[in-house]
Design a protein around this ligand. Structure first.
Ligand SMILES: [Zn+2]
Length: 404
């Protein structure tokens, strides 16, 4: 189309609009003499009514338009009827000690749920950044003060009604309130008590490999955790690494018993760090390069250093073991810079996206849940279990069962 054609079409449209508003009159601007509308359509005529145009359409066009209109009405009705009641928003849903959840439009059925120990608010700066494991509200209110995100606790002693402030859910309470963001439905196919670890140790291991290490199939993975607390992380990191398609899975520990267990859980190699230099052995196993991903699960200066030295050039050393306050770890700065080694901290995972995936993995048989639980206690035995934990007598995971 030429430029003057374009101008004349605009003029034609303007004059047609003027006529539709003011009717035909001598004041109406005359169409441009070279207007394409004029040339194509001939003399101007009044636009037919909607009813007339509807009758002129073929029967199948009318049928299609009618169906589309009906569908739009049904969808609008569904949206209106399904709008959540603001008084029962998901962030204030009521939960029992894990067996029942009510009072939420999202969680309106009585089902078993598993909860993650990081409960994202779903509204903060880190939610926008896609890092809900750093949720500001969780750390500001629940981690620091033991409250939910309105600054209040929902836990009270049964006898005197005194408030209880509790980090991450309800501890040993029979009933507690948790944000729905931190829950995933527990299917009947998974065991109730043993699945407790899905939102804790498995959650932590999954976050380390999925987000911190960004593990890919065929990666080689070493998990360094020397006995004690680190052992349960080893078990789960091994199983998740295997589920993610790791080519080599190397378990490092000082107890042969733990290493044998690691082999049954999918470790392709084991290193007893009490007998061998862990870093040298890892390099031997990986043709001198080091692993793609190394996980440190104990939080000690020695294993921190071993983890950083165990990765290949450009590899990722992921730290998930918590240390005592002010414990420092050493790293060879020049090696880190020249060889592009990445040292990454990881704490938990992203509940809303990860917990459902973890449950699916568990359903697929990726985890040996029974093997990770080293002790089950009754509610009356809880104090003794905490004593044993303080004295390092619990290796693996202990679970307190509160059954009615
Ligand atoms: Zn948040």
């Amino acid at each position: 189309m030429r430029e003057d054609d374009h101008i004349s079409r605009e003029q034609c449209d303007r004059s047609a609009h003027y006529r539709s508003v003011h009717g035909s009159s001598s004041r109406n601007p005359a169409p441009h003499p070279l207007s394409p509308c004029r040339r194509e359509r001939g003399p101007l005529r009044r636009r037919p009514s909607f009813k007339r145009r509807w009758q002129q359409r073929s029967w199948w066009v009318r049928l299609l338009l009618s169906l589309l209109l009906a569908l739009a009405c049904v969808l609008l009705l569904a949206v209106l009827l399904g709008s959540p009641d603001p008084d029962t928003s998901p962030s204030t849903s009521t939960a029992s000690s894990g067996s029942e959840v009510t009072s939420s439009p999202l969680l309106s059925q009585i089902l078993d749920y598993v909860g993650a120990f990081i409960m994202p608010c779903g509204n903060c700066f880190y939610r926008v950044k896609g890092q809900e494991d750093l949720c500001e509200s969780f750390f500001m209110y629940n981690r620091a003060k033991g409250t939910l995100y309105d600054g209040e606790t929902r836990l009270f002693l049964r006898g005197n009604g005194k408030p209880v402030y509790m980090y991450s859910m309800g501890g040993l309470a029979e009933y507690c309130v948790v944000p729905a963001n931190a829950l995933a439905v527990l299917p009947d196919s998974l065991p109730y008590t043993e699945s407790e670890i899905l939102g804790c140790v498995v959650f932590t291991s999954y976050g380390a490999l999925r987000h911190a290490a960004e593990m890919r199939p065929s990666d080689s993975v070493a998990v360094i955790g020397v006995g004690g607390v680190g052992s349960s992380f080893i078990c789960n990191c091994l199983q998740i690494a295997k589920a993610f398609g790791a080519s080599q899975v190397i378990a490092v520990d000082v107890l042969d018993e733990k290493l044998q267990n690691a082999t049954t859980l999918g470790a392709t190699h084991t290193v007893n760090a009490a007998n061998d230099d862990a870093v040298e052995r890892i390099k031997e196993i990986t043709d001198g390069r080091g692993v793609d991903v190394a996980i440190e699960a104990l939080g000690k200066a020695l294993t921190f250093s071993q983890c950083a030295k165990s990765v290949r050039d450009g590899g990722k050393a992921v730290m998930i073991g918590l240390a005592a306050t002010n414990v420092m770890g050493e790293v060879d700065i020049t090696h880190l810079v020249r060889r592009q080694v990445k040292i990454i901290g990881s704490y938990g995972a992203r509940a809303r996206q990860d917990l459902h995936q973890i449950v699916k993995l568990a359903e697929s048989g990726a985890f040996n849940l029974q093997n990770t639980i080293s002790r089950k206690c009754k509610f009356e035995e809880a104090n003794g279990a905490y004593e044993d934990l303080n004295h390092g007598k619990i290796v693996g995971r202990a679970v307190v069962e509160i059954m009615e």
